[in-house]
Structure formats: structure tokens, C-alpha cells
Write a protein of this length. Structure first.
Length: 165
């Protein structure tokens, strides 16, 4: 009995990969992803704000929140943490609500580069069509780049300066 392994191209057709180098130590960048007091300050694309309903950062924990768009539209969000390797890797299922059939998987990795950190966000959608819709309708690539840009600004302008004092 042979196991069916998806072809690489089928995964590539369903995936978005975004990365950024942030001029801060890996532990500090990781902390900004794992503590709600930080997440709520920078999460989301430019112009968006976040209201957290509940937050438990641990494998099996959830982050239930609402993103508020600059046009006043509210977006329900739900994240379920599936893997946590402190300061190295976070894996999650991300949808609009628990049990969302369109939820997608994301893996964040944190690579130390001297005093800086390379953050990579790999998002895998259930289908190519869902990935394409996220890219075309929701501007997922630009939104992801802006989100990591917001993280960079938050850490280098705020958190790191207060940590250095």
C-alpha cells in the first residue's frame, strides 16, 4: 500500500510565504507574537486595529479577536495554536471561527541573525482557489508584508527602546 504524497507544485499553488528581517533579538520578536499586550498593538495590515475577546498562548489554546478595518468593517478572527517551540517556531490554524471549514495553516519561524531576527510566515490554504481569493480579494501578500512591517515598527520604535532604557 503506497502513501499519496502531494506534489510540490500543489503545495506551492496553495502557499504564501512572507519574510522580514527585524533589527531586534529573536527572543524579543518572539515575545511580540506570544503576548496579547504586544499583539494587539501591531497585528494586522496598515490602518487595522484589533480587539481581543480571549487569548491563551499555548498548544491547544485560542486567540479569539476582531479586526477593525480602516473603512469600519469588522472581521471576526480565530487562531488555534498547534505547535509552539519557544523563540523558534509557532504553528497555528487561522479562520473566522472555531470549526471554520476555510481555516488555513500558518507557520512562523524565527531565525537569529546576530542581533537581528528573520521572521518567516508560511501560510498554506486548503485549496489553490482559497489562496488565490486571499491574494486577489483580501490582498493577503500586501497585508502580510504590512503586518510584519507593523511588527518591525512596533519593536524597533517602542518595545526595544523601552527595553534599552
Amino acid at each position: 500500500m503506497s502513501e499519496t504524497v502531494p506534489e510540490t507544485s500543489s503545495i506551492a499553488d496553495r502557499e504564501i510565504v512572507i519574510s522580514r528581517i527585524i533589527d531586534a533579538p529573536r527572543e524579543l520578536v518572539y515575545e511580540a507574537f506570544t503576548e496579547v499586550r504586544h499583539l494587539s498593538q501591531w497585528w494586522g495590515p496598515e490602518g487595522f486595529t484589533t480587539t481581543t475577546r480571549s487569548f491563551q498562548f499555548a498548544v491547544g489554546g485560542e486567540w479569539v479577536f476582531q479586526m477593525h478595518g480602516p473603512d469600519g468593517t469588522d472581521y471576526p478572527e480565530w487562531i488555534y495554536w498547534t505547535e509552539v517551540v519557544p523563540a523558534e517556531r509557532i504553528a497555528m490554524l487561522h479562520g473566522e471561527y472555531r470549526g471554520d471549514p476555510n481555516a488555513f495553516e500558518s507557520v512562523l519561524t524565527f531565525e537569529a541573525l546576530g542581533g537581528a531576527t528573520r521572521v518567516e510566515m508560511r501560510t498554506l490554504f486548503p485549496t489553490k482557489e482559497q489562496r488565490d481569493e486571499a491574494v486577489e480579494k483580501y490582498h493577503a501578500v500586501e497585508g502580510g508584508q504590512q503586518t510584519l512591517g507593523n511588527l518591525d515598527a512596533y519593536i524597533t520604535d517602542g518595545v526595544r527602546k523601552s527595553a534599552d532604557n
